[in-house]
Design a protein around this ligand. Structure first.
Ligand SMILES: Cc1ncc(COP(=O)(O)O)c(C=O)c1O
Length: 431
């Protein structure tokens, strides 16, 4: 052992880690101060992709001799500054400081959160976050959940569970029968990952049954019955409805009570993609947006969107926790002992991923230090602000609002007189 150690450079120096770590925190703290105060900086320091690949070639800036601190500064300088007040755009959030620091800590500890044996603290904290969300949703005692790396993966996990539960043969073991076409009813405004997940499952386009939206971009629940009938006439066996709370493009919330009534009538799996908008659970003012959520079979919530933790961090929660064990009837004797079947603390039985980051610790930390009341006021203020912004847009002749915002998402376009849809698309294509 000693011989091997002496032959290779030994990279673990606690003192160097301390020195670089202190410098890193100083650099990041200064950066955060500047960004938050709106200091003059290019919020989006745009570079041609090939040029940037050159800027970060392995030989650049002195290669391996570049000081760590200057390397970090180059990363910051070339990144998008999402804490800056001039930043407006994508959904990834400005992460809360305590969540960033605890993620740094969990990165060093690197306990893979697949099973309890590998990440005990994570599993314990995850448990308590799930309990908190189960009661916020209004689930009774049977609920359970798991964390996944991202909403796409979370939606896929829930949609796989739906397929397994709502099928009278074992799809997981036997594959989809040739004579069977399971179908998911999804809104035309569903996040693209929802339709793509159906294809990832190998079901193809025919299993995606699209439901049109109304003028507020909400799923037309009045058409569910008719669309189901038409699909069934084509040989599609509808198993699930996937609702958006809220949709990505316009921030519209589907009518969950209507969807729940439909799903209960026909014994369908109701999945709610709450990746963006489920933070309303913390808001007294806006939580009626998700009225009926306690009737959903599964719900996805992204912490890395409106719940202000670093990407990726998603919770999938099931009304009946037992159902989540059916998704992947997994056999992996090296990880799971027979006696440990269906235990909550071995999450790999229930997720696509095996090894995961300590997502539960990060979500738990955000809840512990910022708590429900902070989230409530954060959601209220963002949603209120969106209304102020949409009023400004409505009063400006040069812009056109898609619909009144129901969340913090405001969808609008530049459309002065004479700029019709055809012209706008033409101009966009010329860009
Ligand atoms: C409504 C909705 N669902 C799912 C996703 C996918 O989430 P993720 O990017 O975490 O995979 C997004 C993100 O853009 C979203 O807005």
């Amino acid at each position: 052992m000693n011989k091997i150690k002496s032959e290779i450079p030994y990279p673990f120096s606690p003192e160097e880690f301390r020195k670089d770590g202190h410098a890193l925190i100083d650099t990041l703290s200064d950066y955060l101060r500047d960004a938050l105060s709106g200091k003059e900086m290019p919020v989006l320091p745009w570079n041609d992709p090939d040029h940037l690949a050159e800027v970060f070639s392995f030989e650049s800036a002195g290669g391996e001799n570049e000081l760590f601190d200057s390397f970090i500064k180059r990363i910051i300088d070339n990144s998008i500054h999402i804490h800056h007040p001039h930043y407006i755009g994508h959904q990834v959030t400005s992460p809360l400081p305590a969540a960033v620091l605890v993620q740094f800590c969990t990165t060093l500890l690197n306990n893979g959160a697949a099973i309890y044996e590998m990440g005990p603290v994570n599993m314990a904290m995850e448990r308590n976050v799930i309990k908190r969300f189960g009661s916020l949703i209004g689930y009774k005692t049977q609920f359970d959940g798991i964390f996944t790396h991202g909403g796409t993966s979370g939606n896929l996990t829930a949609m796989l569970a739906a397929r397994q539960v709502k099928t009278d043969y074992n799809i997981w073991e036997d594959g989809v029968k040739e004579s069977d076409t399971p179908g998911y009813m999804i809104s035309e405004q569903s996040h693209y990952s929802v339709g793509r997940n159906v294809k990832i499952m190998g079901l193809g386009d025919k299993s995606i049954v699209r439901v049109p939206v109304d003028k507020h971009f909400r799923m037309r629940t009045d058409l569910l019955e008719e669309i189901k009938n038409v699909a069934e006439k084509k040989g599609i066996r509808i198993i699930s409805v996937v609702s958006s709370s809220c949709s990505t493009a316009t921030g519209s919330y589907d009518d969950l009570e209507a969807v729940a009534g439909f799903c209960e009538k026909y014994d369908l799996w109701m999945h709610v993609d709450g990746a963006h908008g489920m933070g309303v659970l913390f808001s007294e003012k806006y939580k009626d947006r998700v009225k009926g959520i306690e009737r959903a079979d599964s719900v996805v919530i992204d912490f890395h969107k409106m719940l202000l933790v670093p990407a990726l961090n998603t919770l999938v929660i099931f009304r009946n926790g037992e159902r989540s064990f059916e998704t992947f009837a997994q056999k992996a004797s090296y990880l799971f002992q027979k006696s440990q079947k269906n235990v909550w603390y071995n999450s790999a039985i229930r997720t696509i991923e095996c090894t995961k980051s300590a997502l539960g610790i990060i979500a738990y930390t955000a809840l512990k230090y910022y708590g429900g009341s902070y989230y409530g006021s954060y959601i209220d203020s963002r949603y209120d602000l969106a209304r102020v912004f949409s009023d400004m847009i409505k009063s400006d002749q040069l812009f056109e609002l898609a619909t009144d915002p129901e969340s913090n998402i405001v969808c609008f376009r530049y459309a002065p007189d004479g700029y019709n849809e055809t012209l706008l698309i033409k101009l966009m294509l010329q860009e």
